[in-house]
Design a binder for this molecule. Structure first.
Ligand SMILES: NC(=O)c1ccc[n+]([C@@H]2O[C@H](COP(=O)([O-])OP(=O)(O)OC[C@H]3O[C@@H](n4cnc5c(N)ncnc54)[C@H](OP(=O)(O)O)[C@@H]3O)[C@@H](O)[C@H]2O)c1
Length: 280
C-alpha cells in the first residue's frame, strides 16, 4: 500500500524533525517554511507557498513559533476537507479559536502538545497529547504514531493545551527550584554535581505526596496529612532567611509563601499544604 501524502508547515527545529520522521517512514512529504533554505537535506517536496503545500496532502501538520504565526500561515489558505494537526504550543483559548476557524473553513482540527525535543521525535522518549477531532486522531493514528506515543484527550481542542500549560508550570517550578537549589548549594561550598544525586533521591521519595495532594485538591478536603500549612510556613520562613543570609534570595519562594500565609491567616494552619491552591 502506498503511504499517504503529508504536509508539514514550519521547518523550525520541531517541524524539521516531524518532516524527517514522515519522510523516513516513506510518506510523500511536502514542506513549506516562511523563509527559504530550511528544507536542505530533507527528502521532501518543497512548496513555494503554504497554499500549495496544503493542496498537496490530506493531512497538514503545523509547527510554527506560536498560534498567532499558525493563524497567519493558514489565513486565506483553502483548507477544505483537510485534517489540520497543530503541534504549536499555546493557550487552550488559542487552540479553540483555531478549531473554530478550521470548522468555519470546512477543515477538521486536532491540537497536539509535544513532550519531546526534536532529537527524540519518533523514539520511545516522545509523547504527544492530542485533543480536538476524534475522527482525525483515529484516521491518522498510524502516521501520528511515527512522531511519538499518541494520547487522545477528547473533543475539546483546548484540552491538550490545558494539560500543557499546567505541565509547563510544574516543569518551570521544578527547573526554577533546581537552579535556586544549585545557587544555594554553591553559596555553601557544595557543588551542583554533589547536590544533584541527593536532591534527586529526595524528589523521588516525594512523588507520592503529589498524588495525595491531587486527591485533596480534587475532593476539596484538606483535613488529613502530615504536611500542614503551619509547619510549611515555618519551613519556608527558615529557607527564605537562609537564602538571604547566603546572598541568593529567590522571589519564587516568597510568592509560594504568600499563598501559604493567606491560608494560615484564614485559620487553616492545621490543614494540608495542598490547600495553598485555594489562595489563587
Ligand atoms: N523544539 C522543541 O523542543 C519543542 C518541543 C515541544 C514543543 N515545541 C513547540 O513547537 C513550536 C515550534 O518550535 P520550534 O522549536 O520548531 O521553533 P523554532 O525552531 O524557533 O522555529 C520556529 C518556526 O516558526 C516559524 N515562524 C515564526 N513566526 C512565523 C510567522 N509569523 N509566520 C510563519 N512562520 C513563522 C519560523 O519560520 P522562519 O524559519 O521563517 O523563521 C520557524 O519555522 C513552538 O510552539 C514550540 O513551543 C517545540
Amino acid at each position: 500500500m502506498t503511504a499517504e501524502a503529508i504536509t508539514v508547515l514550519g521547518l523550525g527545529n520541531l517541524g524539521r524533525a516531524l518532516a524527517e520522521a514522515f519522510a523516513r517512514a516513506g510518506h510523500p512529504t511536502t514542506v513549506w517554511n516562511r523563509s527559504a533554505g530550511k528544507a536542505e537535506g530533507l527528502a521532501a517536496t518543497v512548496a513555494s507557498t503554504a497554499a500549495e503545500a496544503v493542496a498537496a496532502s490530506d493531512l497538514v501538520v503545523v509547527a510554527v513559533l506560536d498560534n498567532q504565526a499558525a493563524h497567519q500561515v493558514l489565513r486565506g489558505v483553502d483548507v477544505r476537507g483537510r485534517a489540520v494537526v497543530n503541534l504549536t504550543s499555546g493557550t487552550p483559548g488559542e487552540a479553540r479559536e483555531l478549531a473554530a476557524w478550521a470548522a468555519a473553513n470546512e477543515a477538521e482540527y486536532l491540537h497536539g502538545a509535544v513532550y519531546a525535543v526534536p532529537q527524540t521525535i519518533g523514539t520511545d522518549a516522545s509523547s504527544i497529547l492530542y485533543s480536538g477531532s476524534a475522527a482525525v486522531a483515529e484516521r491518522w493514528r498510524k502516521s501520528l504514531e511515527l512522531l511519538g506515543k499518541v494520547t487522545f484527550l477528547g473533543d475539546d481542542a483546548g484540552r491538550a493545551s490545558g494539560y500543557d500549560v499546567a505541565i509547563l508550570s510544574g516543569m518551570y517550578g521544578l527547573l526554577g527550584g533546581f537552579v535556586h537549589a544549585a545557587a544555594l548549594a554553591r553559596a555553601g561550598g557544595i557543588g551542583a554535581g554533589e547536590l544533584t544525586p541527593v536532591l534527586l533521591a529526595w524528589l523521588t521519595d516525594l512523588q507520592p505526596a503529589l498524588v495525595t495532594f491531587a486527591e485533596e485538591i480534587d475532593s476539596g478536603s484538606y483535613s488529613g496529612g502530615e504536611s500542614s500549612l503551619a509547619m510549611n510556613q515555618s519551613g519556608l520562613a527558615t529557607l527564605i532567611r537562609a537564602a538571604e543570609a547566603q546572598g541568593v534570595p529567590f522571589a519564587g519562594l516568597d510568592a509560594f509563601k504568600a499563598l501559604v500565609d493567606k491560608q494560615v491567616a484564614d485559620g487553616r494552619g492545621e490543614e494540608s499544604l495542598a490547600r495553598a491552591v485555594e489562595s489563587f
